[in-house]
Design a protein around this ligand. Structure first.
Ligand SMILES: CC(C)(COP(=O)(O)OP(=O)(O)OC[C@H]1O[C@@H](n2cnc3c(N)ncnc32)[C@H](O)[C@@H]1OP(=O)(O)O)[C@@H](O)C(=O)NCCC(=O)NCCS
Length: 147
């Protein structure tokens, strides 16, 4: 576990790596309208996560993001969440920059590592700020999903 303290938009935050609990994860997903899952399912998912970043203010979780994948050839950015009360205060940027720092570490092994994400509708512009392109604009085929 690695903690960094800083002030963002006047809020004192702690950025922690690989720290989140299943209860905290469910708290965040419910806060952003994604519902909750059984704890055992979330625990397994968190255990199988490559790397995660949690943001705390006053010792309470306010934001999160994680990387899944093989850390070498393919990575996926998942579950970027900021609780509504703290949205629009650059916390999302902190989460993304912390994940991108980790991706740059992985790049020391393979500079060609590919990082994907599936943006929620209307959130594409948030990710474009960090250099992500839609597959169509990168002249690639559609991203696909199996439900
Ligand atoms: C999307 C989300 C993570 C952004 O986090 P945030 O802390 O509110 O965003 P920030 O304050 O760090 O914003 C960073 C920049 O992105 C922009 N931005 C944020 N959300 C945006 C959106 N939906 N569309 C376009 N731009 C957006 C901000 O205007 C800001 O731009 P600026 O730096 O030019 O001022 C947050 O709103 C959230 O948790 N939403 C609900 C869950 C969700 O949909 N997650 C994304 C799943 S793909």
């Amino acid at each position: 576990m690695n903690d960094t303290h800083k002030i963002v938009s006047g809020i004192t935050i702690t950025v922690s790596e690989n720290r989140i609990s299943a209860d905290e994860f469910n708290y965040l997903t419910s806060q952003v309208g994604w519902g909750t899952r059984a704890s055992y399912i979330v625990e397994e998912a968190l255990q199988n996560t490559a790397h995660s970043v949690s943001i705390y203010a006053d010792n309470k979780i306010i934001g999160y993001g994680r990387l899944i994948g093989d850390k070498t050839i393919f990575l996926y950015i998942q579950d970027i969440m900021v609780v509504p009360e703290y949205q629009g205060k650059k916390i999302g940027i902190e989460i993304m920059n912390a994940l991108l720092d980790k991706i740059n570490e992985y790049k020391q092994m393979n500079s060609d590592i590919r990082t994907y994400l599936g943006a929620s509708k209307g959130k594409e512009q948030f990710y474009e700020k960090f250099g992500f392109k839609t597959r169509a604009s990168a002249d690639l085929g559609e991203g696909m999903i199996l439900f």
